[in-house]
Design a protein around this ligand. Structure first.
Ligand SMILES: Cc1cc2nc3c(=O)[nH]c(=O)nc-3n(C[C@H](O)[C@H](O)[C@H](O)COP(=O)(O)OP(=O)(O)OC[C@H]3O[C@@H](n4cnc5c(N)ncnc54)[C@H](O)[C@@H]3O)c2cc1C
Length: 471
């Protein structure tokens, strides 16, 4: 395929005539459904509409993509939110360089649908396909291959950023370099990313060849991660966070590489880039609290662990490997109406084992079980406010219940004393002092924001809660 206009390939339509964008009062939340608030929401489809929203000198504004950040990053209580999902045109692709140019509202899922049949895959993907590239750059997302490929920013050649003045700046490692690094992981607070170039990776099949590995406890889990590191591009572990004593940290590792077509069973070899679409289930309503009671989580965890014996070689289509939760529509409703918080932290490599033991012991003792408890290894990382650092990261879901935030404050202190930090894309409750201590480049970031956005026009519920804005 030559460099081509991708609207032909993807079926996306050319924009209609310019019309002025209008806001609509809407109640919004992140994926965790906590907190929720009202904002004036704009949904521009074209650049001129976006610019008119950005430059209008009324209340503050924050960009919103697919709303998959868990907490308040894409919320702006009582002010304005600009939803850029309709600015999602793919513009050009060069198969030789694997460079895709597109608007920032394009999702990882849209890239997959167009490019997997052509033998390409996003270089980094979070655990859901329902995120926009703009949102993914703003959070500088990581995937199961961070230990090999770092975060998304490592694969972004440049992006165009609309500043509060309406001016558009091309940002890359060579041009407006500081603004590039302040926007990557900058949670939408420097401006709106409108267009970008990203390099995809080549794949020869849409299946992964890997292993399922059972680890009996924390030490076993770390040993197996380290052993898998050099052999596998992708690795992740599900941890039974309620196991205690000798079984503390018992887990199921899932590791893999994209498979060569020759490695597939004969029936899949016919069309190795076109796996069956997965079936989708839905959670029809908010589930009652007892479903998440510690006893239910403990029983689920024990059964899950026992049902996954080690398997030396497994072939898995990419969908369940990368996006197991996407097959359950609205799975966030299982946590009930009060919503939930995802707590994701990282420790430096040398502190990871002790840090993990300490946090798992605190969770097991508290009885606050989490169905989802995921451990990943991080490698090298650049960026000012990017979350990853070389070490291990743990992510856990907790329903919002009495005493939860006090408990998480205690986890923050444990993480902080070991030089770790908490992920802003998942956060809804961190304190400003903790943020300052966890992100040492915050002051430098503030200086760059002050130049790009001198009147703090870009502001969110998260940035105000965390006092991120320059004084
Ligand atoms: C099931 C699930 C699994 C996940 N797994 C992972 C994972 O493995 N790794 C990981 O890193 N993250 C993960 N996440 C988090 C998710 O990848 C990030 O929160 C991502 O930012 C969501 O993108 P979005 O398009 O939904 O952005 P939103 O949630 O809408 O916004 C997130 C942030 O991006 C900013 N933003 C959005 N669009 C733009 C734009 N065009 N210009 C400037 N700023 C913008 C917003 O202001 C906000 O600060 C997961 C989330 C879910 C729900």
């Amino acid at each position: 395929m030559n460099e081509a206009t991708l609207s032909e390939i993807s079926g996306t339509e050319a924009p209609e005539a310019v019309s002025s964008a209008r806001g609509r009062r809407t109640r919004l939340s992140g994926w965790g459904r906590y907190p929720a608030c009202e904002s004036e929401v704009y949904r521009p489809e074209k650049l001129a509409e976006l610019r008119s929203v950005v430059v209008s000198n009324t209340r503050t504004l924050i960009a919103r993509g697919a709303g998959r950040a868990y907490g308040d990053a894409a919320l702006n209580a009582g002010a304005r939110v600009v939803d850029v999902e309709r600015m999602n045109r793919m513009l050009a692709f060069d198969p030789k360089t694997r460079a895709l140019r597109c608007e920032a509202g394009v999702t990882i899922g849209e890239i997959i649908d167009v490019f997997v049949p052509r033998g390409f895959f996003p270089p980094v993907t979070p655990g859901t396909r329902y995120v926009t590239l703009g949102g993914a750059i703003a959070a500088d997302v990581h995937g199961k291959n961070h230990h090999r490929e770092s975060s998304l920013a490592a694969h972004v050649s440049w992006f165009d950023l609309m500043l509060a003045s309406g001016e558009i700046k091309r940002c890359s490692r060579e041009e407006n370099t500081e603004l590039f690094w302040a926007t990557v992981g900058g949670m939408g607070l420097t401006g709106v990313i409108i267009e970008l170039e990203i390099r995809l990776r080549h794949i020869a099949s849409a299946y992964l060849e890997g292993e399922i590995i059972r680890a009996a406890n924390v030490d076993d889990a770390f040993a197996r991660f380290e052993a898998a590191d050099s052999r596998y591009d992708y690795s992740v572990a599900w941890i039974d966070c309620l196991a205690r004593r000798g079984a503390l940290g018992r887990s199921i590792l899932s590791v893999g590489n994209f498979a060569a077509p020759e490695a597939l069973p004969a029936r899949l070899r016919q069309s190795p880039l076109r796996p069956e679409p997965p079936s989708r289930l839905a959670v029809p309503l908010d589930l009652p609290g007892f479903v998440l009671a510690p006893a239910s989580v403990r029983a689920f965890n024990a059964a899950y662990y026992l049902r996954h014996p080690s398997a030396a070689r497994v072939i898995t289509p990419y969908q369940p490997f990368f996006y197991p939760l996407d097959s359950i529509e609205n799975w966030n409703r299982i946590y009930g109406k009060r919503g939930f918080v995802q707590y994701q932290c990282v420790w430096p490599l040398g502190e990871s084992r002790e840090g993990l033991v300490e946090v798992l012991e605190a969770i097991a003792k508290s009885g606050r079980g989490s169905f989802l408890a995921v451990l990943k290894k991080f490698g090298a990382q650049e960026g000012m406010l990017s979350f990853p650092m070389p070490g291990y990261t743990l992510a856990l879901d907790f329903p919002v219940t009495q005493g939860l935030f006090e408990f998480l404050d205690r986890l923050d202190a444990m993480v902080l004393k070991r030089g770790g930090r908490v992920y802003l894309a998942k956060d809804a409750r961190l304190a400003p002092e903790a943020l300052r201590a966890m992100y040492p480049n915050l002051d430098r970031w503030r200086q760059i924001k002050a130049v790009a956005d001198p009147d703090n026009r870009f502001s969110s519920s998260l940035s105000r809660r965390l006092k991120m804005e320059p004084a």
